[in-house]
Design a protein around this ligand. Structure first.
Ligand code: COI
Length: 598
């Protein structure tokens, strides 16, 4: 039979949870149980977060098979109290096997202590944790550096960014990151005491700067701040980060409607969410979700026989698990990664707004377009040089080398004579292509006909992979056609641009030519297949129909059923697409997502 013990240790200003007294009374033989210390910011500006985390841990404990004695400690909202709480835990007769702590500042201070005491440490609610000691500590919060990249894609459209931040390491680190990303656009940043209630002074400083976006690095105070900001006449778009989603925001929807923030796209169907709501008549947030997963996985790790800090750390390192947070992967440092989306308050509720999908598609398309146009411009520079040097010889090779070095996505650069034979190539490693006849390649055929710049569709290159070739015609001083100069893109050109753009968003972007050939997909085995002819797609008529629509229109939206990202089970995907066009060659860029996941 399973026994769960929950202690409230030290002076915790917290109403005990229902049933707690009874559990404490049962605590007859603590020596047979595994002790786990939990340090949460009970007496602080984050009391409600701490209480939510405690309730989540209690739910996880009810579901676990192990026998645990959980000792809750009050870490207040500062480093000093967190350290004191940890030291007190270390003095317990039954020293904890593991300690769970919340908040970035606590994680910073406690992880060297955990290492020093050989105690396994889990940190939750810790986005700006600065790890200085290896091992021992596993983190369930996505690093702010990753979240910040996603936030920056939304902030990009604003001109005057103001920041109001909680005065602690979480707030300060975030301010640094935003300022580094938008040094010209950040017009003001003002701190506030997270235990405060009146923010009018700070808000008047912000109003003076007339921002069009106000980033609130806030948690439990966000609703009051939003109200006071609107009452002060600040009309800026409210923008937030993960901790801002607190239930109180919806009570103040009159002021908070429209707020956009970055947030994990956790498993909305996980039973824990219903369990929490049923038990506490309120909805849990990411703080409870992290705490639940932390306790659940810790119990699994212990049950698997891991009884030392090193073994527990190794259990997490590199592991992927599926929990309330969704699919989570720990890297070698013990940091968790999982996708984030933008959320928005609309109509008095928390939503995953549609705007993000078209925004991501547009930004990805702009990025690819931008790179292709830069390639074209650098070809024009090379054309001028080759006009003087001709297509062969040392000066021509130098011009090709410079062209190659100016384009990070170039696999190689070459000159081709009017018969379609390669006469010059850079870098040196590809000199094996010299003298090769590429007159059969479709872009060379077109270029010969039109004497205009061309971009190929996917071609089987003589370099040995499927690639894309930009060719610019060359003329001599008498205006005669003397061949062309080219940039051949690297094999993973589209993939590397796309992956950077949609990193950590739970969406898929794929690319198709108008003949149905897939030129990029997250699953490498799909690249090169024809959507209309390959047997992989034959049993998915709605996907083939979506492909036909894509051929006919430059942009649009539809939906289809196909295999999920891992090619495991069928899911309905929403699809939006647009077109990248350069020198008459069109590529369809498609973004797909599973609406049911949000
Ligand atoms: C963080 O440090 O990442 C947090 O979310 C702390 C929270 C108590 C505001």
């Amino acid at each position: 039979m399973k026994h769960i013990f929950a202690f409230l240790f030290g002076i915790i200003l917290l109403a005990p949870l229902p049933g707690l007294a009874a559990e404490q009374a049962e605590n007859k033989s603590p020596g047979t149980k595994t002790t786990i210390g939990v340090i949460l910011p009970f007496s602080s500006g984050f009391t409600e977060i701490a209480e939510e985390q405690q309730k989540a841990i209690e739910i996880a404990l009810k579901e676990t098979v192990g026998d645990y004695r959980v000792v809750y400690m009050d870490g207040h909202g500062d480093v000093e109290h967190a350290v004191k709480a940890f030291e007190e835990l270390m003095r317990l007769k039954e020293k904890p096997l593991a300690v769970i702590s919340c908040a970035s500042w606590a994680a910073d201070a406690l992880h060297p202590l955990a290492a020093g005491n050989d105690v396994f440490h889990i940190t939750i609610g810790s986005a700006t944790f600065n790890r200085t000691v290896k091992g021992h500590t596993v983190r369930f919060t996505l690093d702010a550096k990753k979240e910040e990249k996603q936030l920056a894609m939304y902030l990009e459209k604003f001109q005057r960014i103001a920041i109001l931040y909680m005065d602690n390491s979480y707030g300060r680190n975030w301010v640094e990151a935003i300022q580094a990303n938008f040094p010209q656009k950040t017009v003001v940043s003002v701190s506030y005491d997270p235990t405060g209630k009146d923010f009018t002074k700070q808000l008047s400083v912000i109003k003076e700067k007339d921002p069009d976006a106000l980033v609130l690095l806030s948690a439990d105070n966000a609703a009051i701040i939003a109200r006071q900001a609107r009452e002060a006449g600040i009309t800026a778009q409210f923008v937030g980060t993960r901790p801002i989603q607190r239930p109180k925001l919806l009570d103040a929807a009159e002021y908070t409607n429209g707020l956009v923030y970055t947030y994990p796209s956790y498993n909305v169907k996980h039973h824990f969410l219903n369990e929490y709501e049923r038990a506490h008549n309120s909805v849990t947030t990411i703080f409870g979700i992290e705490a639940y997963d932390a306790m659940t996985t810790l119990s699994q790790a212990i049950s698997a026989g891991n009884r030392t800090s090193d073994d527990l750390f190794d259990w997490y390192r590199g592991r992927t698990y599926s929990g309330a947070l969704g699919e989570v992967t720990f890297d070698d440092n013990g940091d968790a990664t999982y996708p984030y989306v933008y959320r928005q308050i609309a109509g008095g509720g928390f939503h995953v707004p549609e705007f993000q999908f078209s925004m991501l598609l547009r930004q990805t398309s702009e990025e690819i377009n931008h790179i292709l146009h830069e390639m074209h411009e650098s070809l024009e520079v090379a054309v001028d040089k080759l006009f003087v040097s001709g297509i062969k010889g040392e000066a021509a090779t130098r011009a090709l080398q410079q062209l190659y070095e100016a384009n990070k996505y170039a696999f190689d650069c070459a000159t081709v004579d009017p018969e379609g034979v390669i006469t010059g190539a850079a870098p040196e490693e590809v000199s094996y292509i010299l003298g090769k006849d590429i007159s059969h390649q479709e872009q060379i055929v077109r270029l010969k006909k039109t004497h205009k710049p061309v971009v190929s569709t996917a071609i089987d290159t003589i370099e040995g992979f499927v690639g894309f070739d930009l060719e610019h015609p060359l003329f001599n001083q008498d205006g005669e056609f003397i061949g062309s100069v080219s940039i051949l893109t690297k094999p993973d050109f589209f993939g590397s641009v796309i992956t950077q753009k949609v990193a950590n968003f739970p969406v898929e972007i794929w690319m198709m030519q108008k003949d149905g050939r897939i030129i990029y997909d997250v699953n490498p085995e799909e690249i090169g297949k024809n959507l209309f002819r390959d047997e992989l797609y034959a049993d998915y008529p709605s996907l083939i129909q979506a492909g036909r629509k894509m051929v006919l229109s430059e942009q649009g939206r539809t939906h289809y059923t196909f295999l999920d990202k891992k090619l495991e089970s069928n899911v309905r995907k929403e699809l939006i697409w647009s077109t990248i066009e350069i020198h008459g060659t069109e590529f369809r860029l498609a973004l797909a997502y599973v609406k049911n996941d949000f």
